[in-house]
Design a protein around this ligand. Structure first.
Ligand code: UDP
Ligand code: MG
Length: 215
């Protein structure tokens, strides 16, 4: 998959990296509440929410040539090749016109993480990590009824395993860089958002303070 994919990637990136967008990765196990809390953050703090899973599901629906491959991987709880997901994220970032993004459910493994950094030249501002025990996540996934093909107990178990084996190392990597903001996501939605708000408000205050120092 050489030059055919690389050329548009580089092009997309030219205008993206010039914009120096702010990116927050939102990570946590399946059913930890990433999507729900991202909606709240969008409403309060003006970010654009990009769910990697939603972008992949839209790609299946659009009838793209990758659709069947993506659908099979999601059904198995496997991680779709980085270049597919990264291209969708780049396109969505460019089309949004915004410069602040919540990237939800990505990067899911070390390869995703490294590829995103190389291709986009973007490092996340911080990583919001929703921590939630498996029993609670399982309960939420089985009761949410969103018509998702991967919300059945068999696939859920596979997704938990992939999260522990492949995604937790990404969180550990950012932890070692002091970039992880960990949230107790087992609480009710409003309480979780209270904790989230503190983190995003602290970030805005830091920007204001920095602006004052410069002035
Ligand atoms: N997925 C993927 N790469 C991504 C994001 C999602 O391959 O960057 C696939 C993967 O198969 C995953 C599924 O999409 O299990 C659903 O992901 P989503 O983030 O929507 O749901 P979650 O598992 O976090 O509840
Ligand atoms: Mg989600």
């Amino acid at each position: 998959m050489g030059t055919v994919v690389d050329a548009p990637n580089r092009e997309a990136n030219g205008s993206l990296s010039e914009k120096k967008p702010t990116v927050v990765f939102v990570l946590g196990g399946p059913g930890s509440g990433k999507g729900t809390q991202c909606e709240n953050i969008v409403n309060h703090f003006g970010y654009t929410h990009l769910s990697a899973g939603d972008l992949l599901r839209a790609e299946i629906k659009s009838g793209s040539e990758n659709g069947t491959m993506i659908q099979n991987m999601i059904k198995e709880g496997k991680i779709v090749p980085s270049e597919v997901t990264i291209k969708l994220l780049q396109k969505a970032m460019l089309e949004s016109g915004n410069d602040k993004f919540l990237i939800d459910g990505f990067p899911r493994n070390e390869e995703n993480r490294a590829a995103f950094e190389v291709v986009t030249q973007i490092e996340p501002e911080f990583v919001l990590f929703f921590y939630c025990p498996e029993e609670e996540m399982e309960k939420r996934l089985l009761s949410r009824n969103q018509g998702r093909e991967d919300d059945n107990i068999e696939t859920i178990r596979k997704r938990f395993k992939v999260f522990l084996e492949s995604s937790l190392p990404v969180i550990q990597y950012y932890e070692s860089k002091g970039k992880v903001r960990k949230i107790d996501a087992a609480k009710p939605i409003a309480e979780v958002f209270d904790a989230v708000k503190v983190i995003f408000t602290a970030k805005d205050e830091k920007v204001k303070h920095h602006a004052c120092v410069i002035l």
